[in-house]
Write a new protein. Structure first.
Length: 380
């Protein structure tokens, strides 16, 4: 049996496992997380088992990268014991298992799975199978479209859109642009989720505008700008937050907090209460849904702050390195669309927790190349 045939079979294992994982994580946004919780866990851990099988089948000719993987896995295992969160541990499992798999194939499966789930949940919501939850938010009436959270439909659609724009790249058509904008109109109409609707609309319009650009981004100044974005966004967030923590009573900082809908003050309260540790801290976050039964809301939306609190400084630095690497790979491939999408995710992360999950950000799969020095984006 030829080597290429073996690799193909292993890739099928990864793609099936990844599709199963995305399906279980997307269904977590619905009420099935309560009525079908055990089933979703079985699906997810079944996917992990298949990913581990692929790693074991390839372990003979991946000995050097196994050392790097083992060191990082040990660090994330320590973090999971301290914080009780295992998301980063399993994220590394996915990133290591994607070896020799075309990124576009995995992203395409994610787009199909998420869009099928989104359309089915909305259809079942219309006929009354899933509840269309109603929330009153500062005079606004917002609906969940059959999902368990207000931002559920928007999160799934944003992830699907980003994945689709990435694989379509310069082949994006005007009809696709209009279809995506129509989808955002429907989601905005029901959920009134302004941040995601704005980011989603900006993403498709920017990608369509630059698809015929002949300018190469692997040259100055685009190269310098894109490579600096992860560091600049992280530095901006923490400088602003730390300055706010020491000057929260000033009028300028109160105004800044109001502009960001109270996010600075929520982050300050979380840092004051839980602090920053090397391997994170166990935190009981109370969001919109849980707050219905508790007169307390403490959820931190900002990814840069939340990662440091939840997972610790070690994981925060690791995530920053992964994003720097992803920009590096996209710039080398002259993939302008990918850089635009990743830049929007970095900006969006200031207001939404979207940096650590592939079910939020399918481009995170690109980070798998850090283990073996290359990332196959598409077939040549």
């Amino acid at each position: 049996m030829s080597c290429s045939r073996n690799i193909t079979k292993k890739n099928v294992i990864f793609l099936f496992a990844y599709g199963l994982y995305i399906l279980s994580m997307t269904l977590e946004y619905t009420s099935l997380q309560y009525s079908f919780n055990k089933g979703l866990q079985i699906m997810r851990y079944g996917a992990y088992a298949l990913l581990l099988l692929k790693i074991l089948l390839e372990s003979y000719y991946r000995k050097k990268s196994l050392v790097i993987f083992g060191i990082l896995l040990a660090g994330t295992l320590m973090q999971s014991f301290v914080s009780g969160l295992r998301e980063i541990f399993f994220l590394l499992l996915i990133l290591y298992a994607i070896y020799d798999v075309y990124i576009e194939d995995a992203v395409r499966i994610q787009v199909y799975v998420q869009m099928i789930v989104l359309l089915m949940v909305f259809a079942l919501c219309i006929i009354g199978v899933f509840e269309n939850g109603e929330f009153f938010d500062h005079g606004r009436i917002r609906y969940t479209m059959g999902f368990d959270y207000i931002n559920g439909a928007g999160s799934v659609f944003l992830s699907s859109e980003m994945g689709w724009l990435f694989i379509r790249d310069k082949k994006l058509t005007l009809w696709e642009v209009l279809g995506i904008l129509a989808g955002w109109y429907v989601i905005y109409y029901f959920t009134d989720f302004r941040t995601m609707a704005f980011v989603g609309a900006a993403a498709v319009l920017l990608c369509y505008l630059v698809k015929n650009w002949k300018i190469r981004i692997d040259k100055f100044p685009f190269k310098a700008v894109y490579l600096a974005i992860p560091v600049l966004m992280t530095a901006f967030t923490w400088v602003l937050q730390l300055y706010y923590n020491g000057h929260a009573v000033t009028k300028s900082m109160q105004k800044a907090n109001a502009i960001f809908n109270g996010r600075l003050n929520l982050a300050k309260s979380a840092i004051d209460q839980y602090g920053l540790h090397l391997f994170g801290e166990r935190v009981r976050w109370v969001g919109n849904t849980a707050n219905l039964s508790r007169n307390h809301y403490n959820f931190v939306d900002c990814s840069y702050i939340k990662i440091a609190i939840d997972y610790g400084i070690f994981i925060a630095v690791l995530i920053l390195i992964l994003y720097c690497y992803m920009f590096y790979r996209l710039v080398r491939e002259n993939h302008h669309t990918g850089c635009i999408l990743l830049s929007l995710f970095m900006v969006c992360a200031f207001m939404l927790p979207v940096l650590t999950g592939v079910y939020y950000n399918p481009l995170l799969l690109l980070a798998g190349g850090i283990f073996y020095g290359k990332t196959k984006i598409h077939q040549s």
